[in-house]
Design a protein around this ligand. Structure first.
Ligand code: SF4
Ligand code: SF4
Length: 175
């Protein structure tokens, strides 16, 4: 086929690209923007650790943490979804929104750690997804234990260890 035939064929078939901002529909198994479920997140920061381009950031203090995500930095590899221990992340089967400056799409969610029912200190939660991975059955006692801070768990369930001073107190375990 010579160049004139190519031109004639293209002229006849018409445009094959879409004019901005039109976009082709994403297929059902498309890996699009990451969706975050704050009810399931325990603030472990595994997702930020495995995210090579730094699209996810997790920062925290003693009482709360901030989870943030920028679809503009995301490569949609799905590693954060695979590694999240609580299944707090999923991917939308749609294309990310259009944006015109870096960081324009970043979303931030600030979550307070729940309070330990015994001492009132902020405690990193252990949710049901994590408990189900560890225990064959989640009894009432296990659920109570899971809501305590690390120090109170030890105080209640490992008094002998606490008396011996092990493990050493740290900021994480509170006063
Ligand atoms: S890996 Fe999952 S549970 Fe951990 S901070 Fe990320 S979203 Fe939250
Ligand atoms: S899909 Fe990949 S690039 Fe996007 S936030 Fe998750 S780990 Fe990072």
């Amino acid at each position: 086929m010579n160049i004139l035939q190519v031109l004639a064929r293209n002229f006849k078939s018409g445009p094959v690209t879409l004019r901005f901002p039109e976009r082709v529909t994403a297929p059902a198994d498309f890996r699009g923007p990451v969706q975050f479920d704050p009810q399931r997140c325990v603030g472990c920061a595994t997702c930020a650790y495995v995210c090579a381009p730094g699209a996810i950031r997790v920062t925290g203090s003693d009482s709360s943490f901030e989870w943030s995500y920028d679809p503009g930095q995301c490569t949609f590899c799905g590693r954060c979804v695979d590694f999240c221990p609580t299944q707090a992340l999923t991917m939308l089967a749609e294309r990310p929104p259009l944006y015109n400056r870096p960081g324009a799409l970043r979303q931030t969610c600030c979550l307070a750690y729940p309070r330990c029912p015994e001492c009132g200190q902020a405690a990193q939660p252990v949710n049901d997804v994590v408990l189900a991975r560890v225990f064959a059955e989640i009894t009432a006692e296990i659920r109570t234990w899971s809501r305590l801070c690390a120090r109170c768990r030890q105080r209640r369930y490992q008094p002998a260890l606490i008396e011996t001073g092990y493990p050493a107190r740290s900021k994480e375990y509170g006063p």
